[in-house]
Ligand binder design. Structure first.
Ligand code: ADP
Ligand code: ZN
Length: 756
């Protein structure tokens, strides 16, 4: 017996099927979807591979056939539907089939038999503290690595990397400084992994195990998705329900019906909202059949969840984006909560869209796909509007006592004239004071972390920018040194603010410009000295469980003010929060992306949706220098449809998605003049190539222009935008480019759904 396999993580040159002989003792076990080790290449290096097909004979003319070494897992790791998707997805996302297999078979499966894992720990705690306080570190990531280990002691290298978003090279660099060391140890069992064992010790908060009788709207919504016998109504359902309308309850009810009828459910949520809170709701309601995947699991924990799914023990899979590849059989229902969230699209290679994958998996399985949101993406709403999706609306808040908040625009130009400063307006201060007097809570939303935005040179007026990236650096208070640092939010480069010099004129006198969450926190302590403030942003949530701890403390009312970036806009439910302030609203619209307005509208609506979820009506203040912008008006009245109508007209006029597909090719090189030169080659090639294509593809080429961030991590970047009637035409163009250009001289990346 023989089989054809594809290597996991193959590169372009090795991205094809290879034939291997199946050893006799494995003949019964090797089937399509099996995962095995094979000898590969001249040196017979061991590689892992997925079996695509099995046959009696090897096919004519193949010589020197090697034998499979071993099976890595006894049962097939891929379901039939996943196997059948490999080709489609590698075409769609312009990557190898082996890249897709890597997404479908996570590395924990490959390594699950290995008894040891690499751990990291500090060489010397005091030494680490000294380095941190000295202000000599030039990398915010290095600092975070040390802070993390100071806090939790020891953890696996993997966990460290995910927890502080560090690359393998960054961790290695800290080791080379002699500050941390690596050890190989027998991996601990699941429950001994203290810092990450969030799966089993979730508080089953009584509040969330409570069930409600669905109201009429919810009831109708469920019936549009699952019928009386628990059979789903296939197709895409867009559950468009205002914030607080009880969408979660609809998901859970549908899921329960599907499980009772013997089906499996994939329940996707944005990574950020995969909090113990959410996990405990779902576990509490659906019982022990729930598997959870998220980025903070250790390999062992992940493997045990994955195995539960593959062997069919789990009936529900709760996961972020990557969960769309979960090897669940018999999928009847796929839920994508907060479907507009940008985290459903991967921003690194392979740049896949979980919504696309969910859509075709649902089709293959005859399943229902439910996309839920209070502010659907323009593309999804358009599809519903055209009748491709079933539009289900929830128009009222589920708790009859909960009313939509009153939204009040505040003109900051007037506030500054009045002498109120540019951070907290008078009406917002007054409402906060009233809330505190009633023992209520306040949420302040500011999508900019750090102290002030940046330092601006007093001589030439330019902001201090990063030496590696052409973006302004952000001021942060450093709590160890008690001084301030400037940090680049793109590459993590860090300098003490006292050492800043202007890269344009050499000046060294600076003023602060803009304000961030840290400065807001200081101001609040002055204005409301008796109120306790919590702050949630990337800087305060580095350590494990920090995110959860802040939410729990605010829920327990240990603080009356919660400040946060977009992290707090989503999904949280604080019944005693009656005032929400949205600060720096103009910043969101100013972002240079055709989706900026959409994002701003979503963020404001979500943030506003945090107010008045309990019995008391809420007030939301939007502070802006342009309060007349129609977008704020629509956000104030929570009028999604009015916003949609304006936005879709604009998209049509400029032939932007969903009317035409957009692809972006980025060329990046260290030497700016070489970049210009090769950039011209690429331009001539593209314009020439496109001019020969059939008019029906409607190709348009724009660029090259400097990419949104022209200089990034020491490389300069040129961007080419191509529009066309559809994505497959765009992908075909890119494949031609990749075939005709040398990848070393022309380092290209491509995205057929660029966000910016
Ligand atoms: P959404 O996700 O649509 O913003 P949630 O699902 O968080 O809304 O529900 C909002 C609140 O209403 C929650 O506190 C939830 O427990 C409550 N709720 C949901 N359905 C009902 C119902 N049928 N009756 C009473 N309260 C409900
Ligand atoms: Zn930088």
């Amino acid at each position: 017996m023989y089989c054809s396999v594809i290597l996991r993580g193959s590169v372009r040159e090795t991205d094809r099927q290879y034939t291997y002989k199946i050893p006799e003792d494995l003949e019964d076990k090797v089937v399509p979807g099996s995962f095995c080790n094979v000898p590969f290449g001249f040196g017979n290096k061991t590689r892992s591979a997925v079996v695509i097909s099995v046959s009696e004979d090897a096919g004519a003319g193949i010589k020197g056939i090697k034998e499979i070494n071993s099976l890595i897992v006894d049962y097939p790791v891929l379901t039939t539907d996943l196997l059948e998707l490999i080709d489609n997805l590698s075409e769609r996302f312009n990557c190898t089939k082996g890249d897709i297999i890597e997404l479908m078979v996570p590395s924990c499966v490959e390594h699950h038999k290995s008894p040891t894992e690499v751990f990291t720990e500090l060489v010397d705690r005091t030494a680490a503290e000294v380095v941190l306080s000295s202000g000599t570190l030039r990398s915010a990531v290095h600092a975070n690595i040390l802070e993390y280990l100071l806090k939790i002691g020891k953890c696996t290298r993997k966990e460290l990397q995910t927890a502080v978003s560090a690359s393998s090279a960054q961790v290695k660099a800290v080791e080379e400084k002699g500050l941390i060391r690596f050890t190989k140890e027998i991996s601990l069992s699941d429950n001994e992994q203290g810092s990450t064992a969030i799966l089993d010790n979730v508080p089953t908060d009584g509040k969330f195990s409570e069930t409600y009788d669905l109201n009429d709207e919810q009831d109708e919504a469920v019936r549009r998705i699952v019928d009386e016998e628990g059979k789903v109504i296939p197709g895409v359902h867009l559950l468009f329900g205002i914030t607080g309308s009880g969408k979660t309850e609809v998901y859970l009810k549908c899921a329960q019906k599907v499980i009772d009828a013997g089906g499996t459910v994939l329940y996707l949520v944005p990574e950020i909202s995969l909090t113990p809170q959410t996990i405990s709701w779902i576990k509490g309601r659906l019982g022990g059949v729930v598997a959870v995947l998220h980025s903070r699991l250790t390999d062992k924990q992940r493997y045990s969840q994955w195995e539960m799914i593959r062997t069919g023990k789990a009936k529900v899979v709760v996961a972020p984006r990557s969960g769309v590849f979960a090897p669940a059989d018999n999928i009847s229902l796929i839920i994508i909560d907060e479907e507009h969230d940008s985290s459903y699209k991967s921003e690194s290679h392979p740049r896949y869209s979980a919504k696309y994958v969910a859509n075709i998996r649902a089709k293959k399985n005859g399943a229902a796909l439910v996309l839920g949101s209070a502010t659907p993406s323009i593309e999804s709403f358009y599809a519903a509007d055209k009748g491709y999706y079933d539009l289900i609306e929830l128009k009222y808040r589920a708790r009859t006592s909960a009313k939509l908040p009153e939204v009040i625009p505040v003109d900051m130009k007037e506030q500054v004239k009045l002498g109120a400063g540019d951070i907290l307006s008078v009406p917002l201060r007054q409402a906060m004071a009233v809330a505190f007097s009633q023992k209520k809570q306040v949420l302040l939303f500011l999508n900019r972390r750090g102290y002030a935005r940046t330092l601006v040179c007093e001589d030439c007026g330019k902001p201090v920018s990063c030496v590696n990236c052409s973006v302004g650096m952000t001021l942060h208070n450093n709590r160890r040194t008690g001084s301030q640092s400037l940090i680049c939010h793109y590459c993590g480069y860090m300098i003490p603010s006292s050492e800043a010099t202007c890269s344009f004129c050499g000046g060294n006198h600076f003023t602060k410009a803009g304000f961030g969450t840290q400065q807001l926190e200081s101001l609040l302590q002055e204005v409301f000295p008796h109120e306790k403030v919590l702050r949630m942003d990337q800087d305060t949530t580095v350590s494990p469980g920090a995110h959860r701890e802040i939410i729990e403390r605010f829920s327990r009312k240990e603080a009356s003010i919660l400040i946060g970036t977009q992290m707090i806009a989503k999904g949280l439910d604080f019944p005693d929060c009656t005032v929400v302030g949205i600060l720096g609203a103009d910043l969101m619209i100013a972002a240079s992306s055709y989706r900026a307005s959409e994002r701003a509208f979503q963020l404001i609506t979500q943030a506003a949706g945090r107010a008045g979820r309990g019995d008391d009506p809420g007030k939301v203040f939007i502070q802006s220098y342009n309060p007349d912008n129609p977008l704020f008006k629509y956000a104030c009245t929570q009028d999604y449809r009015a916003f949609y109508e304006t936005e879709i007209a604009y998209r049509q006029k400029l032939s932007l998605p969903p009317f035409k597909a957009i692809g972006e090719i980025v060329l990046s090189l260290e030497d700016e003049s070489v970049l210009q030169e090769r950039g011209r080659d690429l331009y001539h090639y593209l314009s020439d190539f496109l001019s020969y294509q059939d008019k029906s593809y409607e190709f348009e080429l724009y660029g090259p222009v400097p990419a949104v961030i022209y200089e990034l991590r020491g490389k300069y970047r040129l961007s080419y935008i191509i529009k066309s009637k559809n994505k497959s035409a765009l992908n075909a163009v890119f494949r031609h480019v990749m075939n005709d250009f040398d990848h070393v001289r022309y380092p290209l990346s491509y995205d057929n759904d660029p966000s910016g």
